[in-house]
Design a protein around this ligand. Structure first.
Ligand SMILES: [Zn+2]
Length: 332
Protein backbone atom coordinates (compact mmCIF):
# COMPACT_ATOMS: atom_id res chain seq x y z
CA UNK A 1 0.00 0.00 0.00
CA UNK A 2 1.41 3.38 -0.96
CA UNK A 3 0.84 6.07 1.58
CA UNK A 4 2.75 8.65 -0.43
CA UNK A 5 3.84 11.84 1.21
CA UNK A 6 1.69 11.54 4.24
CA UNK A 7 4.42 12.40 6.66
CA UNK A 8 6.14 10.80 9.55
CA UNK A 9 3.24 8.77 10.79
CA UNK A 10 2.91 7.06 7.47
CA UNK A 11 6.62 6.44 7.16
CA UNK A 12 6.43 4.06 10.05
CA UNK A 13 3.63 2.06 8.57
CA UNK A 14 4.61 -0.81 6.31
CA UNK A 15 2.20 -2.55 3.98
CA UNK A 16 -0.72 -2.05 6.28
CA UNK A 17 1.02 -3.97 9.06
CA UNK A 18 2.50 -2.65 12.24
CA UNK A 19 6.19 -1.94 11.80
CA UNK A 20 8.54 -2.68 14.64
CA UNK A 21 9.95 0.72 15.44
CA UNK A 22 12.48 -0.45 17.97
CA UNK A 23 13.91 2.66 19.56
CA UNK A 24 12.28 4.87 17.01
CA UNK A 25 9.64 6.94 18.70
CA UNK A 26 8.62 10.56 18.88
CA UNK A 27 6.85 12.88 21.26
CA UNK A 28 3.08 12.68 21.18
CA UNK A 29 0.38 15.02 22.42
CA UNK A 30 -2.82 12.99 22.36
CA UNK A 31 -5.04 15.99 22.97
CA UNK A 32 -4.43 19.67 22.54
CA UNK A 33 -6.09 22.82 21.23
CA UNK A 34 -5.01 25.24 18.52
CA UNK A 35 -3.05 27.55 20.82
CA UNK A 36 -0.84 30.48 19.91
CA UNK A 37 1.26 30.81 16.76
CA UNK A 38 4.31 30.17 18.87
CA UNK A 39 2.82 26.92 20.15
CA UNK A 40 1.86 25.85 16.64
CA UNK A 41 5.32 26.64 15.35
CA UNK A 42 6.93 24.61 18.13
CA UNK A 43 4.82 21.58 17.27
CA UNK A 44 5.87 21.75 13.64
CA UNK A 45 9.54 22.47 14.31
CA UNK A 46 10.00 19.77 16.91
CA UNK A 47 7.78 17.22 15.17
CA UNK A 48 5.48 16.52 18.08
CA UNK A 49 2.68 14.32 16.76
CA UNK A 50 -0.37 16.25 17.96
CA UNK A 51 -4.11 15.67 17.88
CA UNK A 52 -5.26 19.27 17.60
CA UNK A 53 -8.88 19.86 18.57
CA UNK A 54 -11.41 22.39 17.30
CA UNK A 55 -14.31 22.89 19.74
CA UNK A 56 -16.48 25.44 17.90
CA UNK A 57 -17.34 25.81 14.18
CA UNK A 58 -14.62 28.42 13.66
CA UNK A 59 -12.01 26.43 15.55
CA UNK A 60 -12.99 23.25 13.72
CA UNK A 61 -12.29 24.94 10.40
CA UNK A 62 -8.94 26.19 11.68
CA UNK A 63 -7.99 22.76 13.05
CA UNK A 64 -8.79 21.09 9.72
CA UNK A 65 -6.65 23.66 7.89
CA UNK A 66 -3.75 23.02 10.27
CA UNK A 67 -3.56 19.40 9.17
CA UNK A 68 0.03 18.62 8.35
CA UNK A 69 2.98 16.39 8.78
CA UNK A 70 2.62 16.21 12.54
CA UNK A 71 -0.85 17.62 13.10
CA UNK A 72 -3.94 15.43 13.06
CA UNK A 73 -7.08 17.56 13.34
CA UNK A 74 -9.97 16.46 15.54
CA UNK A 75 -13.22 18.31 16.12
CA UNK A 76 -16.58 18.17 17.78
CA UNK A 77 -18.93 20.51 19.61
CA UNK A 78 -17.48 20.87 23.11
CA UNK A 79 -20.00 20.66 25.97
CA UNK A 80 -19.14 24.24 26.98
CA UNK A 81 -20.54 25.50 23.67
CA UNK A 82 -23.49 23.09 23.39
CA UNK A 83 -26.06 25.88 23.79
CA UNK A 84 -24.22 28.36 21.59
CA UNK A 85 -23.87 26.37 18.38
CA UNK A 86 -25.60 23.56 16.53
CA UNK A 87 -23.84 20.31 15.69
CA UNK A 88 -24.74 20.98 12.01
CA UNK A 89 -22.38 23.94 12.02
CA UNK A 90 -19.46 21.55 12.54
CA UNK A 91 -20.59 18.63 10.40
CA UNK A 92 -18.57 19.70 7.35
CA UNK A 93 -15.40 19.78 9.46
CA UNK A 94 -16.20 16.62 11.38
CA UNK A 95 -16.37 14.82 8.06
CA UNK A 96 -12.83 15.93 7.29
CA UNK A 97 -11.37 14.86 10.65
CA UNK A 98 -10.31 11.27 11.32
CA UNK A 99 -11.16 11.63 15.03
CA UNK A 100 -14.23 13.18 16.71
CA UNK A 101 -13.90 15.25 19.89
CA UNK A 102 -13.46 16.46 22.38
CA UNK A 103 -17.11 15.87 23.11
CA UNK A 104 -18.87 14.95 26.33
CA UNK A 105 -20.63 16.49 29.31
CA UNK A 106 -19.48 18.79 32.09
CA UNK A 107 -21.25 19.72 35.33
CA UNK A 108 -18.25 21.39 36.97
CA UNK A 109 -17.09 24.12 34.62
CA UNK A 110 -20.22 24.51 32.50
CA UNK A 111 -23.63 26.13 32.98
CA UNK A 112 -25.36 24.60 29.96
CA UNK A 113 -28.29 22.41 31.12
CA UNK A 114 -27.25 18.77 31.19
CA UNK A 115 -30.27 17.81 29.11
CA UNK A 116 -28.98 19.91 26.20
CA UNK A 117 -25.43 18.68 26.75
CA UNK A 118 -26.58 15.07 26.59
CA UNK A 119 -28.54 15.62 23.34
CA UNK A 120 -25.53 17.24 21.69
CA UNK A 121 -23.24 14.52 23.01
CA UNK A 122 -25.42 11.61 21.87
CA UNK A 123 -25.87 13.14 18.44
CA UNK A 124 -22.11 13.29 17.92
CA UNK A 125 -21.54 9.84 19.41
CA UNK A 126 -23.95 8.47 16.84
CA UNK A 127 -22.18 10.30 13.99
CA UNK A 128 -18.79 9.01 15.13
CA UNK A 129 -20.12 5.48 15.52
CA UNK A 130 -21.65 5.54 12.03
CA UNK A 131 -18.50 6.98 10.46
CA UNK A 132 -16.26 4.53 12.33
CA UNK A 133 -14.19 7.35 13.79
CA UNK A 134 -12.76 7.15 17.31
CA UNK A 135 -13.78 9.69 19.93
CA UNK A 136 -12.04 11.92 22.50
CA UNK A 137 -14.15 12.31 25.65
CA UNK A 138 -14.54 15.24 28.05
CA UNK A 139 -16.09 13.83 31.23
CA UNK A 140 -15.78 16.48 33.97
CA UNK A 141 -18.23 15.73 36.80
CA UNK A 142 -20.22 13.39 34.53
CA UNK A 143 -17.90 10.43 34.56
CA UNK A 144 -20.39 7.82 35.75
CA UNK A 145 -23.13 8.99 33.38
CA UNK A 146 -20.81 9.05 30.39
CA UNK A 147 -19.41 5.60 31.13
CA UNK A 148 -23.01 4.38 30.79
CA UNK A 149 -23.91 6.36 27.65
CA UNK A 150 -20.93 5.24 25.58
CA UNK A 151 -21.96 1.61 26.01
CA UNK A 152 -24.75 2.39 23.54
CA UNK A 153 -22.22 3.51 20.93
CA UNK A 154 -19.47 0.91 20.68
CA UNK A 155 -16.34 2.66 19.48
CA UNK A 156 -12.73 3.39 20.35
CA UNK A 157 -12.59 6.02 23.08
CA UNK A 158 -9.88 8.22 24.52
CA UNK A 159 -10.76 9.58 27.96
CA UNK A 160 -8.96 12.88 28.06
CA UNK A 161 -7.26 14.05 31.30
CA UNK A 162 -9.30 11.85 33.61
CA UNK A 163 -9.10 13.44 37.06
CA UNK A 164 -12.11 12.03 38.85
CA UNK A 165 -10.56 9.39 41.09
CA UNK A 166 -13.73 7.30 40.82
CA UNK A 167 -15.22 5.01 38.15
CA UNK A 168 -12.02 4.49 36.15
CA UNK A 169 -12.89 0.78 36.09
CA UNK A 170 -16.06 1.62 34.13
CA UNK A 171 -13.94 3.07 31.33
CA UNK A 172 -11.23 0.45 31.62
CA UNK A 173 -13.86 -2.25 31.20
CA UNK A 174 -14.72 -0.61 27.86
CA UNK A 175 -11.11 -0.71 26.78
CA UNK A 176 -10.72 3.08 26.67
CA UNK A 177 -7.43 4.90 26.19
CA UNK A 178 -6.42 7.41 28.87
CA UNK A 179 -4.35 10.51 28.14
CA UNK A 180 -2.50 11.74 31.22
CA UNK A 181 -2.74 15.48 31.80
CA UNK A 182 -0.10 18.02 32.88
CA UNK A 183 -1.12 18.00 36.57
CA UNK A 184 0.13 14.43 37.05
CA UNK A 185 3.13 15.72 39.03
CA UNK A 186 0.84 16.75 41.91
CA UNK A 187 -2.77 15.52 41.39
CA UNK A 188 -3.33 12.17 43.17
CA UNK A 189 -6.37 11.26 41.05
CA UNK A 190 -4.38 11.69 37.84
CA UNK A 191 -1.42 9.85 39.35
CA UNK A 192 -3.67 6.92 40.16
CA UNK A 193 -4.69 6.65 36.51
CA UNK A 194 -1.13 7.14 35.27
CA UNK A 195 0.12 4.35 37.51
CA UNK A 196 -2.64 1.84 36.85
CA UNK A 197 -3.96 2.04 33.30
CA UNK A 198 -2.88 -0.94 31.18
CA UNK A 199 0.38 -0.28 29.34
CA UNK A 200 -1.32 -0.48 25.96
CA UNK A 201 -3.88 2.17 26.89
CA UNK A 202 -1.49 4.85 28.14
CA UNK A 203 -1.18 8.24 26.39
CA UNK A 204 -0.01 11.73 27.40
CA UNK A 205 -1.41 15.14 26.54
CA UNK A 206 -0.94 18.84 27.25
CA UNK A 207 -4.49 20.03 26.48
CA UNK A 208 -2.61 23.10 25.20
CA UNK A 209 -0.17 25.38 26.97
CA UNK A 210 -2.96 27.37 28.63
CA UNK A 211 -3.95 24.21 30.46
CA UNK A 212 -0.33 23.42 31.29
CA UNK A 213 -0.01 26.86 32.86
CA UNK A 214 -3.24 26.32 34.79
CA UNK A 215 -2.08 22.91 36.02
CA UNK A 216 1.24 24.36 37.07
CA UNK A 217 -0.34 27.17 39.09
CA UNK A 218 -2.87 24.81 40.68
CA UNK A 219 0.00 22.54 41.64
CA UNK A 220 1.88 25.35 43.31
CA UNK A 221 -1.27 26.14 45.31
CA UNK A 222 -1.93 22.51 46.13
CA UNK A 223 1.58 21.81 47.31
CA UNK A 224 1.65 24.88 49.52
CA UNK A 225 3.59 28.11 49.30
CA UNK A 226 6.77 26.87 50.94
CA UNK A 227 7.24 23.85 48.75
CA UNK A 228 6.16 25.83 45.71
CA UNK A 229 8.72 28.53 46.46
CA UNK A 230 11.37 25.87 46.84
CA UNK A 231 10.37 24.27 43.55
CA UNK A 232 10.52 27.59 41.74
CA UNK A 233 13.96 28.37 43.16
CA UNK A 234 15.25 24.97 42.22
CA UNK A 235 14.12 25.54 38.67
CA UNK A 236 15.43 29.07 38.56
CA UNK A 237 18.85 27.94 39.67
CA UNK A 238 19.08 24.98 37.40
CA UNK A 239 16.87 25.99 34.52
CA UNK A 240 14.10 23.60 33.56
CA UNK A 241 16.35 21.74 31.13
CA UNK A 242 18.85 20.89 33.82
CA UNK A 243 16.09 19.98 36.17
CA UNK A 244 14.64 17.45 33.79
CA UNK A 245 18.09 16.12 32.97
CA UNK A 246 18.77 15.63 36.66
CA UNK A 247 15.50 13.81 37.15
CA UNK A 248 16.33 11.46 34.35
CA UNK A 249 19.87 10.85 35.46
CA UNK A 250 18.41 9.64 38.72
CA UNK A 251 16.52 7.08 36.72
CA UNK A 252 19.74 6.12 34.95
CA UNK A 253 18.78 7.45 31.57
CA UNK A 254 20.82 9.71 29.39
CA UNK A 255 20.26 8.55 25.86
CA UNK A 256 16.78 9.94 25.64
CA UNK A 257 18.06 13.43 26.32
CA UNK A 258 20.41 13.27 23.39
CA UNK A 259 17.58 11.97 21.26
CA UNK A 260 15.28 14.71 22.37
CA UNK A 261 17.83 17.42 21.59
CA UNK A 262 18.36 15.92 18.17
CA UNK A 263 14.64 15.85 17.52
CA UNK A 264 14.35 19.46 18.54
CA UNK A 265 17.15 20.45 16.20
CA UNK A 266 19.51 21.36 19.03
CA UNK A 267 17.14 24.09 20.03
CA UNK A 268 16.79 24.58 23.76
CA UNK A 269 13.56 22.71 23.66
CA UNK A 270 13.12 22.29 27.37
CA UNK A 271 13.19 26.04 27.86
CA UNK A 272 14.23 28.01 30.87
CA UNK A 273 10.90 29.61 31.30
CA UNK A 274 8.79 27.18 33.28
CA UNK A 275 9.38 28.94 36.55
CA UNK A 276 11.09 32.20 35.65
CA UNK A 277 8.44 33.85 33.57
CA UNK A 278 5.81 31.13 33.50
CA UNK A 279 6.47 30.72 29.82
CA UNK A 280 6.61 27.06 28.97
CA UNK A 281 7.05 24.95 25.89
CA UNK A 282 5.05 22.01 24.61
CA UNK A 283 8.20 19.90 24.71
CA UNK A 284 9.05 20.77 28.31
CA UNK A 285 5.48 20.08 29.40
CA UNK A 286 5.33 16.70 27.65
CA UNK A 287 8.77 15.83 28.88
CA UNK A 288 7.81 16.67 32.46
CA UNK A 289 4.61 14.62 32.21
CA UNK A 290 6.42 11.66 30.66
CA UNK A 291 9.09 11.64 33.34
CA UNK A 292 6.45 11.70 36.08
CA UNK A 293 4.48 8.90 34.41
CA UNK A 294 7.69 6.88 34.07
CA UNK A 295 8.41 7.23 37.78
CA UNK A 296 4.88 6.28 38.76
CA UNK A 297 4.97 3.17 36.60
CA UNK A 298 8.58 2.32 37.46
CA UNK A 299 9.60 2.25 33.85
CA UNK A 300 12.23 4.30 32.03
CA UNK A 301 11.44 7.67 30.52
CA UNK A 302 12.11 6.33 27.08
CA UNK A 303 9.87 3.33 27.64
CA UNK A 304 7.05 5.69 28.65
CA UNK A 305 7.60 7.79 25.53
CA UNK A 306 7.73 4.77 23.27
CA UNK A 307 4.57 3.31 24.75
CA UNK A 308 2.66 6.54 24.25
CA UNK A 309 3.85 6.73 20.65
CA UNK A 310 2.91 3.14 19.88
CA UNK A 311 -0.43 3.42 21.63
CA UNK A 312 -1.34 6.55 19.71
CA UNK A 313 -0.05 5.61 16.26
CA UNK A 314 -0.87 1.91 16.20
CA UNK A 315 -3.60 1.81 18.82
CA UNK A 316 -5.92 4.79 18.98
CA UNK A 317 -5.23 5.94 15.41
CA UNK A 318 -4.34 2.49 14.10
CA UNK A 319 -7.24 1.44 11.94
CA UNK A 320 -7.55 4.98 10.55
CA UNK A 321 -4.62 4.39 8.30
CA UNK A 322 -7.04 2.71 5.97
CA UNK A 323 -9.26 5.81 5.85
CA UNK A 324 -9.22 8.24 3.01
CA UNK A 325 -7.89 10.88 5.35
CA UNK A 326 -4.45 9.36 5.52
CA UNK A 327 -4.28 8.60 1.82
CA UNK A 328 -4.40 12.24 0.82
CA UNK A 329 -1.05 13.91 1.27
CA UNK A 330 -1.36 17.09 3.30
CA UNK A 331 1.05 19.03 1.13
CA UNK A 332 -0.50 18.35 -2.28
ZN1 LIG B 1 -9.27 19.95 25.77
Amino acid sequence: MDYGKNGDVMDYRQDGGVADMGDNWGFTDAHTHIGTWEEQREREETGILSLVCGSTPREAERAVKMRGRHVIPTCGLHPWYGAEYQVEELTEWMEQCPVIGEIGMDSVWCQTPLKIQEQVFRRQLRMAHQAGKPVILHTKGQEERISGIIKEFPNRYLVHWYSCGRYPEEFLAQDCYFSIGPDVWWNPAVQQIAANVPADRLLVETDGLNSVKWAWEEGLKALGAEKAECGVKERQLAGEAEFVVKERRLAGETECIVKERRMAGERKCLGKGWAEDRKMSVMSALSHTLSTVAKLRRISYEEAGRRCWNNLVYGFLGSLFALDFFQKAPYN
